[in-house]
Design a protein around this ligand. Sequence first.
Ligand code: SF4
Length: 701
Amino acid sequence: ALPVPDKKVDSVCPYCGVGCQLTYNVKDNKILYVEGRDGPANHGRLCVKGRYGFDYAHHPHRLTTPLIRRADAPKDPKLVLDPDRVHEVFREATWEEALALAAGKLKDIRDTKGPKTLVGFGSAKGSNEEAYLFQKLVRTGFGSNNVDHCTRLCHASSVAALLEGIGSGAVSNPVMDVTQAEVIVVIGSNPTVNHPVAATWMKNAAKNGAKLVIMDPRQGELTRLAWRHMQFKPDTDVAMLNAMMHVIVHEGLVDQAFIESRTIGYDELKKNLVGYSPEEMAPVCGVPAETLREVARTFATSRASMILWGMGVSQHVHGTDNARCLIALSLMTGQIGRPGTGLHPLRGQNNVQGASDAGLIPMMYPDYQKVADPEVRARFEQHWKLQPGTLDDQPGLTVIEVMHAITAGKVSGMYIMGENPAMSDPDADHAREALAKLDHLVVQDIFLTETAVLADVVLPASAFPEKTGTFTNTDRLVQLGRQAIDPPGQAKQDLWIIQEIARRIGLDWNYRHVSEAFDEMRHTMPSIAGITWDRLEREHAVTYPCTKEGDPGDPVVFIEDFPREGGKARFVPADIVPAAERPDAQYPMVLITGRQLEHWHTGSMTRRATVLDAIEPDPTVLVHPLDIAALGVKPGELVTIESRRGKVSLYARVDEGTPRGSVFVPFCYYEAAINKVTNDKFDPVAKIPELKYCAVRVTAG
Ligand code: SF4
């Protein structure tokens, strides 16, 4: 008979930003199975990751004791460590010894080389409270703003454009609003893979008559339900979107009253669109002029049009420009500020929204309050009981800049909590060489990741179901994740570890419960000031902005004004900027990277989840049938993908949805770490790297 759980614990899914609520069914400190719960984002639905991706928490590879690098074990950036040979590189240590070494060396580096030689990477997988305390540790303990996390690789450009254009980096409407939209634009996103439960609401809406427009160089499963698929050439977003806006302006389809009463900068935008007629842009972007006209007219004149986008938009050297165009499209047609309209950058990680809100970014304190603003700094010095003038007034280094700063000898020590830049950073060999060059690297994680292998001290942390905390989903819903099981062995909760490091570098911290950290957070963050821990316990989820207690929270924002000067949104024109690296005779194809349904990001969790690993055990590359034939290989045979930076070999899989001349590779396989191939050139505004486009050569074998 199937085992019967001895307890049920309500929590949220640890994977994507949809934020599905679920229940862990537990017996003897083991999760038996997971059920969907009736949460605002999922109403009982779960995808394959949420339902079956839980037993990584019980995997024998879990770190169960602190580790210290052996004196005779050099840091080898090329090492792929067999879990059975960990003892050759690390020795086991007590918590006291590991914490003393981890914090002591960080403190030494700060005191001898200066605060800016230290960096912290927090995690979008951790809770809001962990993110908040981590950035506070870096800002008040390390002494600089050198703190960042994987939002830099995700939606940094979307957030930059949104803050600039409408004054808020978060979504204007929840995903569920697609059920109220007449036109749904999904651009640069493959939600059936990356946000599967959100995709089910889109499918429902399309089946109920909404016009679903997919704008993507690739053809995903959702395209089957699309009213129009605009399969633009990779890297030509601005050409396509400017052409659509050209139509709307020149055919008089703009919402003039909205533009006049609620925006600034329209004349400049209009002037910039002159050279972007559909006829001129059709050959550039590969979408027929008539389709550009038809979709533009339909978007502008519908009762409610909504735009959702993903990293196909954001991960370009022109990612900020791409998002600026989407914002302008929405503003000029007045398709924002009502149910079923608006702008929704689909967040990747389950807490990338919350970690960014909590200040895990180098240029902003919690709630996007600028570090360069003296009034803001003074306020945080007061919040954190610091002497005036203590906080650094310069924005810190971003993820990619950090790797270059290490190489240049400007950064000597790092504390990485729950991120795996050795796999996720572009030009990963360079990132690994940089990490190996550090004088001191402290990694806090649940597995000995490709990053942890390069550490001096490894601190065994808690998996998602082993701790309680709040997590903010893509809809701005702050949700409570509850502890269901205990960490294995001597592994500890992350909040405890951060605090122990903080104390040892001289901070007088004593947060006895996660709710105390949350309470401090809400006093520094006006957007969540009204959310109390009791309310979260009672209601499980509250939407922000929620500025005072009892406030129901606003799922749809910008109804009357925008959180910018004068309450007005701003148009920002964009012109075509080519990708940093174009195909040429030597590297004739385009590499697009992303995720696949069964695996999550760098694969450290899902590849250790039995069901998910059984479905997708091996690294594959998606190739168009004509390209695979031209290569002379059969599906399932090995191919090598090589760029100017590195190469990997993986198995070819035929995919008619991948455009000719391109290949698509998920970045979760350590044995074919595709980020060794990608380009680390970044968007000058948001510093997000161009993970969606680089030139490669594909060969058989
Ligand atoms: Fe988890 Fe996202 Fe799947 Fe929901 S859609 S179950 S949040 S991975």
